[in-house]
Design a protein around this ligand. Sequence first.
Ligand code: ADP
Ligand code: UDP
Length: 236
Amino acid sequence: MNKVQQLYEGKAKKVFSTEDPNLCIVSYKDDATAFNGQKKGTILGKGAINNRLTNYFMQLLESKGIPTHFVEEINDTDAVVKKVEIVPLEVIIRNISAGSFAARYGVEEGIVFDQPTIEFSYKCDELNDPLLNTYHALALKLATPEEIATIEKMAFGVNDVLKEFWASVGVTLVDFKLEFGRLPDGTIILADEISPDTARLWDSKTGEKLDKDRFRRDLGGVEDAYQEVLRRVLGK
Ligand code: ADP
Ligand code: UDP
């Protein structure tokens, strides 16, 4: 499988077309951004780590019956995926209060919820990914009611699988963002990435942050945290 043409360059990945119109190649970068691109930097080795981790989790989720875009890892930073039309919703699941949830509702971080929450943001950089509810998503025709029901069910399913996995390697899954896409026949599958860029991961014993918050909040040890996450997963 070869890269034919660059279709898109995002903040963390590039997307290329291939000889097969149904497949693309995603290439993970070391670039890091936060606060909708206002803060920029590099996390050395991140591209390769996020490629590895995402591919690992996509395969784990497939094995648990959740359909994903993953096809094949082709090198350190690149993977072949099924090309989808991305549903322009960022789907966020939370098990514990943190980040924008804690700020928005004026609560401390670390409150363990009795049950996970789900929220949607409109995936639109120019508007700063505004929060919206399902009625807004329907009004804007971002997805159909059936698609939203499928996405919700799959997102909670992903949470069940990932929460259990992370717990088994001594990591608490606090929250994460997912993206879903449509195949040409309309089937909804899980797309994009699952990595410390898109999830909050806290060491279960010490509470140490092992994710992009180290970069966002200038906590130092960013590269070490990403390496540690990879070690835990590969050690499994
Ligand atoms: P951003 O667009 O937020 O800067 P990235 O740098 O991660 O994000 O860019 C990757 C882009 O590829 C995102 O817009 C994402 O929605 C899109 N994408 C992810 N998986 C697929 C896929 N299977 N098919 C097509 N596009 C995808
Ligand atoms: N997230 C993401 N991309 C975004 C916004 C959020 O991957 O554009 C992830 C983020 O890493 C965290 C979760 O979604 O794991 C919840 O993020 P939150 O809403 O708390 O926002 P943030 O603190 O990142 O502004």
